[in-house]
Design a protein around this ligand. Structure first.
Ligand SMILES: C[S@@+](CC[C@H](N)C(=O)[O-])C[C@H]1O[C@@H](n2cnc3c(N)ncnc32)[C@H](O)[C@@H]1O
Length: 280
């Protein structure tokens, strides 16, 4: 059986029961687990553990059977003696490696979105578009019930596969994707949140007014300032208050011995987050 080099986003997702998003994962690694091999340079490769499977790297391979039963975050040796740590990936790890079609929202923005939109267990969310499902997964993991409107069937299928692979049956009854154009309207009523990541979110604002309960939150993620202006204009003309827009900057630090300084490179820009609350 061939090994997985999960850093290739063109490799299709395989079903796997773990890691589990809303329960503590068991300590030992099991057949069917999604795991991540991390080499000494910090490179990460994801694979699903299978009987007889092998993880291949440029420095030899590891038998999956030798990994099954080990504690999470164990160190293993490849056939050529290279050390690898094998660990269950976090949601952040998974988002960086998962198969994708559309541009995903990255962990830098996913965390703040959960806070700004106040995503919590039982919160009812209308999300559009669904894209590759990164934002869906973050909200499902926070316990929300998510209905996603997505216009492209291939993206909807990929998002569903990603959610199934990472969140599995624990999210199954809290997630539904509908193939439809969000600009034409929202059928749901009294939702708690409308969360948008599509090109013209201002076209959804009037529908969000109909869909949101009083006090509900509208959030739009938009890469460009022109989009920000247009969505803010639409919000200003509708029954919303407390509108605000921000962007999230993240700067990593290099820490080694006496060299403690900001990384030379950082992500310059991803998107703007605009949020507002529905008036009664
Ligand atoms: C940038 S992607 C969303 C990525 C997603 N937030 C994630 O984290 O994976 C934008 C998505 O909006 C979808 N879309 C564009 N216009 C739409 C519309 N009118 N109704 C529903 N979905 C739409 C696109 O097909 C695409 O999948």
């Amino acid at each position: 059986m061939n090994g997985d080099l999960g850093d290739d986003p063109s490799i299709p997702a395989e079903p796997g029961p773990s890691p589990r998003p809303t329960e503590v994962a068991p300590a030992a690694l099991r057949v069917g687990d999604l795991v991540q091999f991390v080499d000494v340079k910090g490179r990460r490769y994801q694979a699903t553990l299978r009987p007889g499977g092998q993880f291949h790297s440029h420095a030899g391979f590891v038998e999956h059977d030798d990994v099954v039963g080990l504690p999470d975050a164990s160190t293993v040796l490849t056939t050529k003696g290279q050390r690898l740590v094998v660990v269950r990936p976090t949601l952040s790890d998974f988002v960086f490696k998962m198969p994708r079609g559309a541009q995903v929202i990255y962990p830098k923005d996913l965390g703040p979105i959960l806070m700004l939109a106040d995503i919590a267990p039982g919160v009812r969310v209308l999300e559009s578009g669904v894209g590759s499902g990164a934002l869906s997964m973050a909200m499902l993991r926070a316990g929300a019930e998510v209905v996603g409107y997505e216009i492209r069937e291939d993206f909807a299928e990929r998002a569903q596969a990603n959610v199934d692979r990472f969140a599995g049956e624990l999210a199954a009854d809290r997630y539904r994707i509908e193939l439809r154009d969000c600009y034409e309207g929202i059928d749901e009523r009294s939702v708690d949140r409308v969360v948008l990541d599509l090109p013209e979110p201002w076209r959804v604002v009037p529908h969000a007014v109909e869909a949101l309960r009083p006090g509900g939150i509208l959030l739009a993620y938009t890469p460009s300032t022109v989009q920000v202006s247009q969505v803010r204009d639409a919000i200003a003309e509708a029954p919303f208050f407390d509108a605000s827009t921000l962007e999230v900057m993240q700067r990593g630090w290099y820490v080694e011995g006496a060299a403690v300084r900001p990384d030379h490179r950082m992500v310059g820009h991803t998107g703007f987050l605009t949020v507002a609350r529905r008036l009664a």
